[in-house]
Design a protein around this ligand. Structure first.
Ligand code: 6PG
Length: 253
């Protein structure tokens, strides 16, 4: 179900699904449509993936028929919006989750997979990955890389990527990537910054599960309001902002 927000000028859409499986299936269809449109004009779809648990169902649907091998994976270029500073075989690794649920099951050229080297020293990796993005993703008029599609999750505290409430990284206006620290665990993360998120052509939040309801409600019911939740601060200037949500996260809709 598509729910208009009455803010057409904001180019914002909310899609409500019965559950994460229905959400994943719809998103896989949207992904194929966007990819085939790009491939038809000989271009690639440059994507920044989210981590955590929510995208896993989407990746698993994408890996299977009618998607899977029938998609032009050579036209997909993958980056991550954030990564935990752990080796790629660590259970905390967003890359590992994506590899097990999708990358190891489809034929995507190695050169198209731009992994955050979570095993590297965080500060060093934030600089290195920022440069890799800058060298690989075409810039917009503000000089920041323009991803075709950015997928984002949202934590129960309203964080997105690894941009946490009240963190100094929220003020970053120059860098493409920063080092972040998880407020509860102290885990180091490498994350893209708001200027990158706000430069996306299409920015899609995937939000599922009951724990997300209070913050999601506050964000969706108070558009344009100044809220302490980083997820509410994402505002793609010339792009489409979408919310793919399930009924557990948005029971009031
Ligand atoms: C990460 C993410 C993070 C995630 C949210 C939601 O590396 O953890 O990128 O921003 O999207 O924490 O996580 P869940 O989908 O697991 O609820």
């Amino acid at each position: 179900m598509v729910l208009r927000t009455g803010e057409e000028e904001m180019n914002k859409e909310i899609y409500l699904f019965d559950d994460i499986t229905a959400l994943a299936r719809r998103l896989a269809g949207d992904f194929r449509a966007a990819l085939e449109e790009k491939a038809a004009s000989g271009e690639s779809l440059i994507v920044a993936l989210s981590g955590g648990h929510t995208p896993k169902a989407f990746f698993e649907v994408l890996a299977e028929p009618p998607y899977g091998g029938s998609l032009p994976w050579d036209k997909v270029v993958l980056f991550w919006g954030d990564e935990r500073c752990v080796p790629p075989d660590d259970d905390e690794s967003n890359f590992k989750m994506t590899d097990l649920s999708l990358l190891s099951r489809v034929k995507i050229p190695e050169a198209n997979i731009h992994r955050v080297l979570g095993e590297n020293p965080p500060e060093e990796e934030a600089v290195r990955y920022g440069k890799e993005i800058k060298d690989s993703v075409p810039p917009g008029s503000n000089g920041f890389p323009v991803f075709d599609w950015i997928f984002l999750g949202m934590g129960e505290d309203g964080h997105t990527a690894s941009l946490f409430p009240g963190a100094p990284t929220l003020q970053e206006k120059e860098k493409i990537c920063v080092v972040a620290t998880h407020p509860q665990t102290g885990q180091k993360r490498v994350s893209v910054t708001f200027p990158v998120l706000d430069s996306g052509k299409r920015v899609s939040f995937l939000v599922a599960g009951g724990g997300k309801e209070p913050v999601l409600k506050a964000i969706l019911e108070n558009p344009g309001q100044k809220l302490p939740y980083p997820a509410s601060m994402v505002n793609p200037a010339d792009g489409l902002l979408e919310w793919y949500v399930d009924r557990l996260a948005a029971p009031w809709l």
